[in-house]
Design a protein around this ligand. Structure first.
Ligand code: ADP
Length: 370
């Protein structure tokens, strides 16, 4: 422990301050130095400045209570311990305080210098251990992301080579093959394509989580971009006999985005609209300017829909939601997580509304250049 530890007391009663100061002075070779603030309004700024090692907050602070003051901070993330001073019989307050991340509590009438010293030291020590654990966990998580990125990168190279060679045999570069050989190789080719897609999904997410994404923003005509995405997905819709209705904006609507990332993010949502919609149904896409310098892309389908209870899971990593088509179409549960993160990196939002059995609508909102 360093030589001197500063303790900030927030308490509107000067007597409490004097009592605690005296008790601290009685702690043998006390490292604690107390500062006192009586007004909770001023305390907010001082606590924000994070200049103290420990915070002691009185529960009864004039009009406000100490918990209201504390609710303005993320106590779990703060590296310093917060200790609440309560009156006798305030167990309810103590429980609420603990749930907020308060390190400990002291009952005012039952204070002595030994107890005060112990609570201050232990709270501090626990916070130090907690912070070390958090750092270790973050380190482990980062190593895991790096491993995933490396492994998926290494897996992608040979998988892509397999695709090329099998593709060449299928196209006849190695001579004639029998219809049966063609059939088997075609299955191998399609399995390999799915494998590459999974590896790519994992690699993309690992890069995102490692913050290895650099956006190269340019002015992009979102209407044209969507036209091109739909054009690339045309065979998908055709194979599933789905109808696509595209309503383009009357005039070009541009946004300042990274074309490739936004193309992939919107492409995922279009891909899902097709995947989770039965044949013969329609998918409607609209790109339109919106108020306050926004462009909105609406992608609505007449698919299986999503139950209300599952909506919250939609953008979580690896969350696949069971539906009548999910086993058949396959997937990793990473597409929407990735798309949402990318849109948020651009400062945009994705909203979703859905009705089970009737269809789903995604609304992607991006800032226009202007
Ligand atoms: P994946 O499609 O690989 O499972 P996503 O992250 O793209 O992963 O989607 C997560 C889940 O959300 C899917 O498993 C699916 O159940 C559901 N979902 C996504 N888009 C739609 C949609 N348009 N209609 C119905 N369900 C959808």
């Amino acid at each position: 422990m360093s030589n001197s530890l500063s303790v900030l007391l927030v308490d509107d009663d000067e007597d409490d301050y004097l009592i605690i100061r005296n008790l601290m002075a009685k702690i043998p070779s006390s490292p604690f130095k107390i500062e006192w603030i009586s007004s909770p309004e001023k305390a907010k700024d001082v606590i924000d400045a994070a200049r103290h090692d420990i915070y002691l907050i009185d529960y009864r602070l004039g009009d406000q209570n100490g918990l209201e003051l504390l609710s303005q901070f993320d106590l779990v993330q703060r590296p310093e311990p917060f200790i609440i001073l309560t009156g006798a019989g305030d167990e309810n307050v103590e429980r609420r305080a603990m749930r907020m991340g308060v390190a400990d509590y002291l009952v005012k009438g039952a204070l002595d210098s030994e107890l005060l010293s112990r609570v201050l030291r232990y709270s501090l020590q626990r916070k130090i251990i907690e912070s070390q654990r958090v750092r270790q966990l973050m380190e482990i998580n980062r190593s895991k992301d790096e491993f995933i990125a490396l492994a998926s990168h290494q897996l992608r190279t040979p998988a892509t080579a397999v695709k090329q060679y099998v593709g060449m045999i299928l196209e006849g570069y190695a001579g004639d093959i029998t219809p049966e050989q063609h059939k088997f190789l075609q299955s191998a080719y399609e399995s390999n394509e799915r494998q590459i897609k999974v590896v790519n999904d994992i690699l993309r997410v690992a890069k995102l989580d490692l913050k290895k994404i650099t956006l190269r923003r340019a002015e992009v005509d979102i209407g044209k971009l969507m036209e091109s995405i739909l054009h690339d997905s045309a065979s998908l819709f055709k194979n599933r006999s789905q109808k696509v209705i595209y309503e383009q904006p009357a005039e070009a609507v541009t946004a300042l985005v990274d074309t490739e990332y936004i193309r992939m993010a919107l492409g995922n949502i279009i891909d899902n609209a097709s995947k989770y919609t039965p044949p013969e149904k329609s998918i409607t896409v609209t790109v339109a300017p919106a108020s306050r310098g926004k462009v909105v892309v609406d992608i609505s389908d007449e698919g299986v829909g999503i139950a209300d209870k599952d909506i919250d899971k939609l953008f979580k990593k690896f969350s696949r939601i069971d539906n009548p088509l999910s086993v058949k179409v396959g997937g990793t549960g990473l597409g929407l997580y990735w798309s949402n993160e990318v849109v948020q990196l651009h400062g945009g939002t994705i909203k979703v509304s859905s009705k089970l059995g009737s269809g789903t609508a995604f609304k992607i909102c991006l800032d226009t250049k202007a």
